[in-house]
Design a protein around this ligand. Structure first.
Ligand SMILES: NC(=O)C1=CN([C@@H]2O[C@H](COP(=O)(O)OP(=O)(O)OC[C@H]3O[C@@H](n4cnc5c(N)ncnc54)[C@H](O)[C@@H]3O)[C@@H](O)[C@H]2O)C=CC1
Ligand SMILES: CC(C)CC(=O)C(=O)O
Ligand SMILES: [Mg+2]
Length: 361
């Protein structure tokens, strides 16, 4: 199989973890006789510095023409005081919207070898395996107006949804539940927000098409609590953009580190953007200590969702699992691993594991 992948390294630790994930994809290509070609483009603060805008037209076009996109992270203190349209994060939001990536899948699964890495009790996190389906191109992050008025004495952000936008993400929620344990928690704030009331109506309508799926409406505040007191309660969570953003960082605590979580941002066809859930981590950038596994596991999702390469995706996940089981880890994990390694070493361990698996196959 010949596929073209656009790399968007971005800012902070983004370039280091993207390089790690790209090298894993190269190894997979060698192991399974595929050809992946990589094209690197600018986004975020790096693009502001190089081209004066966070999402140059050339980057958007390259992404639209690619078979898949792998992104590191954007943002950092250097650009924090910029006006809204010149912030690194705006580039990522414009890209998601520009190519219509409305469905963000964020799986959260504890690794058996990392139960002690969570600050939560092992008996609480053991067996956690959930999927957050986050709406990605609507809601508070995109609604207009979003502006200051009266010299900042008044400020407005807008939570806007078209019913059709809610319908398509809820559909993905039900489809995801059908592929898993057929339990769907629809998370909202329907005791306050009108948009959440419409969200509930849509979920109730859709549930008629999926009689096998057990549906529960849950409020986002108590969901946040339940996520860390009883995480095994959840199978699939479908929720609005902002709620999904917050709940997924919270859920990362179950695994032991935000640096471990991958994500896929999808639309109706095969094109997808894959990125770790974490941000650019400016506090640790350039130190070779960033955990590359969230990015590497995002590459596994790329293989599965954009290329349909299930065996290849499994091989990456198995390699990561094997390295963690051997006691290797990075400094961000809560409990000190038996062997603490940096970004490059962790990446080479995964590559070696993939090579060994190939020799054995
Ligand atoms: N998708 C994206 O590009 C995202 C970008 N951001 C941006 O990132 C910048 C920093 O935001 P923060 O709130 O600090 O969130 P962050 O996710 O970058 O970092 C939060 C904490 O987790 C640690 N961390 C994150 N990823 C790690 C990794 N792979 N390995 C080891 N430790 C890791 C960081 O060192 C930090 O202590 C901001 O400019 C923000 O807007 C934030 C979230 C997502
Ligand atoms: C635009 C991003 C910075 C929002 C975010 O935190 C995320 O997508 O995880
Ligand atoms: Mg986030």
């Amino acid at each position: 199989m010949h596929k073209s992948i656009v790399l968007l390294p971005g800012d902070g630790i983004g370039p280091a973890v993207t390089e790690a994930a790209a090298s894993v994809l190269q190894q997979v290509a060698a192991n399974f006789s595929h050809t992946f070609t990589f094209h690197t483009r600018a986004i975020g603060g790096a693009a502001i510095d190089a081209a004066g805008e966070p999402l140059p037209a050339e980057t958007l076009q390259a992404c639209e023409e690619a078979d898949a996109i792998l992104l590191g992270a954007v943002g950092g203190p250097k650009w924090e005081q910029h006006p809204p349209h010149l912030r690194p994060e705006k580039g990522l939001l414009q890209l998601r919207k520009g190519i219509g990536l409305f469905a963000n899948l964020r799986p959260v699964k504890t690794f058996p070898s990392l139960l002690d890495s969570s600050p939560l009790k092992p008996e609480i996190v053991a067996g956690s395996d959930l999927l957050i389906v986050r709406e990605l191109t609507g809601g508070l992050y995109f609604g207009l107006p979003s502006e200051r008025r009266d010299n900042g004495q008044t400020v407005v952000d807008t939570l806007h949804y078209e019913r059709s936008e809610i319908e398509r993400i809820v559909e993905i929620g039900f489809q995801s539940a059908m592929l898993r344990n057929k339990r769907l928690a629809s998370v909202d704030k329907a005791n306050v927000l009108e948009s959440s009331k419409v969200w509930r109506e849509v979920v109730d309508e859709k549930s008629k098409d999926y009689p096998e799926v057990t549906v529960e409406h849950m409020l986002v505040d108590s969901t946040a609590m339940k996520l860390i007191t009883n995480p095994t309660y959840f199978d699939v969570i479908v929720t609005e953009n902002l709620f999904g953003d917050i709940l997924s960082d919270e859920a990362s605590v179950l695994t032991g580190s935000l640096g471990l979580l991958p994500s896929a941002s999808l639309r109706k066809d095969e094109l997808g953007l894959y990125e770790p859930v974490h941000g650019s981590a400016p506090d640790i950038a350039g130190k070779d200590i960033a955990n590359p596994l969230g990015a590497i596991l995002s590459a596994a999702m790329l293989l599965r969702y954009s290329f349909g390469l299930e065996k290849e995706a499994d091989s990456v996940e198995a390699a990561v699992d094997a390295i963690l089981t051997k006691g290797y880890g990075t400094a961000d994990m809560q409990a000190a691993p038996a062997f603490t390694v940096g970004t490059e070493k962790m990446t080479s361990l995964v590559l070696e594991q993939l090579q060994t698996a190939k020799v054995r196959a």
